[in-house]
Design a protein around this ligand. Structure first.
Ligand code: PGA
Length: 241
């Protein structure tokens, strides 16, 4: 794993944006894997600013998001679909029909998982996947204990994850109990992975990622076995132990 050490959240976002913009400009058609949550908001803001200032085009870019809550419509303000529109897609020239998230309202969720996984494969796979890390080491919504062989699947969210995400909801009981997430094997199929880690809250997870063993008890540890991972971590995230 290649680690890029930066000082601040802003610098992490800038560095990540530069890496993505360079690829979008040079590769032509590409499949970009995207994440939600607090961490990548700054990155998306930088991509939007760059699009406005320099006209970087997303016409040839297809996106696949890591996950989506079960039970929220695409327009629900807490859905990841809505998040992506608000923070990125509405502000760049991407064709919305090329943006993909699992459908959390599908009547047959198992079938939806299979469809999503097949769609990624049929598109040629993900060229670059943006990832965050949970305090418990989760990637996407793959909680500790998830099989490294998992493909896109339905998960029951851990209470700690629901609690961490409840900051975006009016009340804890509004936080969905389930989600659809790319599996760990789905994430590992990506040709390249860009992991963003920021803040003291993530310091323990960062330390364990770098120093711990590869174990499904800490899902992110599998990234050590991927050929092309870049971690951009700020000072606070690197200060733990
Ligand atoms: P965060 O979430 O970016 O909101 O900290 C990351 C994650 O849980 O994967």
């Amino acid at each position: 794993m290649n680690i890029i050490k930066v000082e601040s959240y802003d610098e992490m976002s800038q560095k990540a944006a530069e890496l993505i913009i360079e690829k979008v400009k040079n590769v032509g058609r590409m499949n970009l894997g995207l994440a939600t949550g607090g961490t990548p908001k700054g990155l998306y803001q930088k991509l939007v600013e760059d699009h406005k200032a320099n006209g970087t085009s997303y016409k040839e870019v297809t996106t696949f998001n890591l996950d989506e809550y079960v039970g929220l419509s695409a327009t629900h303000p807490n859905s990841y679909n809505d998040y992506m529109n608000r923070f990125l897609f509405n502000h760049i020239n991407i064709d919305k029909s090329n943006t993909h998230l699992p459908n959390g309202l599908a009547s047959d969720l198992e079938k939806e998982c299979k469809r999503y996984e097949a769609n990624i494969d049929a598109s040629g796979g993900i060229d670059l996947q943006v990832l965050g890390i949970g305090e418990n080491g989760h990637i996407g919504f793959n909680e500790p204990g998830t099989s490294f062989d998992s493909r896109t699947h339905v998960v029951k969210l851990e209470e700690s994850t629901r609690k961490a995400n409840s900051r975006y909801f009016q009340a804890m009981d509004e936080v969905p109990t389930h989600a659809i997430t790319m599996g760990i094997a789905t994430i590992m199929k990506s040709k390249e992975i860009l992991l963003l880690v920021s803040g003291a809250r993530k310091a323990k997870a960062m330390h364990r990622l770098l120093n711990g063993e590869v174990s499904s008890a800490f899902p992110a540890s599998i990234l050590k076995q991927h050929r092309n991972v870049t971690i951009v971590a700020d000072h606070q995230a690197r200060s733990g132990g």
